[in-house]
Design a protein around this ligand. Structure first.
Ligand SMILES: [Fe+2]
Ligand SMILES: [Fe+2]
Length: 277
């Protein structure tokens, strides 16, 4: 079981240009409203969220002396910065379709502002490490399980796979920084409980808004099929319950979920020459 970041793993932003379809097909994910808007609702939260991640890691940058981790922080900031930009364009496409993205962004932004004003830098970093775990386990599933994006519009699928790949590459950076500058597991577990609550709440709010706008909010078949797809017997989210819980173990490290092989396979898909790892 790997319990530290694999040696030689390189974290660099890829300068990919995504031609997001314009206009975005309303139900770009296999013609399915629920699946499309579940991804959409998460995407809307990313630009502000990722800026918060960058800021919370940056606050500790000067305290890190390990040259490898310093290099990884640079890669992490570069990657999240790029994600943020691509997802802003994604948000614009959603706005063009008539969805009210601003109130969703405003709520997330307000919460981040509150965290930055009221929480200690250690707590902010703990929240980042927690949210990075949530993204990492979802990213792993997106890369591993073809069903996650089966039938999705090709450019959108590529955007999500690119994001999932880089989330996997940098999944331990915030965690490793946290371990060096703070390390309290109690704080980390608390941060995870709150992070989960707000992530689920905000994503659900976005999903509900978009389904309402489509006139599908009270269509019980949409919810039944969607929830079945997420949590049913072969549901794509179901395997995440176990990996999510591992975060609460006292010796947890993101790389104990060793998906380096999967990562390297996907790197080949995106890089002319595979990133050394
Ligand atoms: Fe990201
Ligand atoms: Fe990330």
């Amino acid at each position: 079981m790997a319990s530290s970041t694999p040696e030689g793993l390189q974290i660099r932003p890829r300068h990919l240009d995504f031609d997001l379809p314009d206009p975005l097909p309303r139900h770009w994910h296999s013609g399915d409203a629920f699946k499309s808007h579940l991804f959409d609702a998460m995407s809307v939260l990313f630009p502000d969220g990722e800026r918060f991640f960058i800021d919370s890691v940056r606050q500790f940058r000067d305290q890190i002396t390990d040259p490898t981790l310093k290099e990884q922080i640079r890669g992490f900031i570069g990657q999240e910065g790029h994600h943020s930009r691509e997802h802003l364009q994604y948000s614009q496409r959603l706005r063009d379709l008539g969805y009210a993205i601003e109130p969703i962004e405003r709520r997330a932004r307000g919460r981040i502002r509150y965290a930055q004003k009221r929480l200690s830098p250690q707590r902010q970093l703990a929240a980042t490490a927690a949210l990075e775990h949530i993204t990492a386990i979802m990213a792993d599933q997106v890369l591993r399980e073809p069903e996650c994006l089966r039938g999705a519009e090709a450019n959108m699928a590529r955007l999500w796979r690119w994001h999932a790949l880089e989330e996997t590459e940098h999944k331990a950076v915030a965690f490793d920084v946290y371990q060096q500058v703070c390390g309290s597991r109690r704080l980390l577990r608390r941060a995870m409980r709150l992070a989960t609550l707000f992530f689920v709440l905000d994503t659900t709010r976005g999903l509900v808004h978009m389904l309402r706008r489509d006139g599908l909010l009270w269509n019980w078949r949409v919810w039944r099929d969607g929830l079945q797809w997420m949590w049913g017997r072969n549901g794509v989210f179901r395997p995440l319950l176990r990996t999510y819980r591992d975060f609460f173990d006292s010796d947890f490290h993101p790389w104990q979920h060793d998906n380096l092989e999967l990562l390297q396979r996907v790197q080949e898909e995106f890089d002319p020459q595979p990133h050394a790892a």
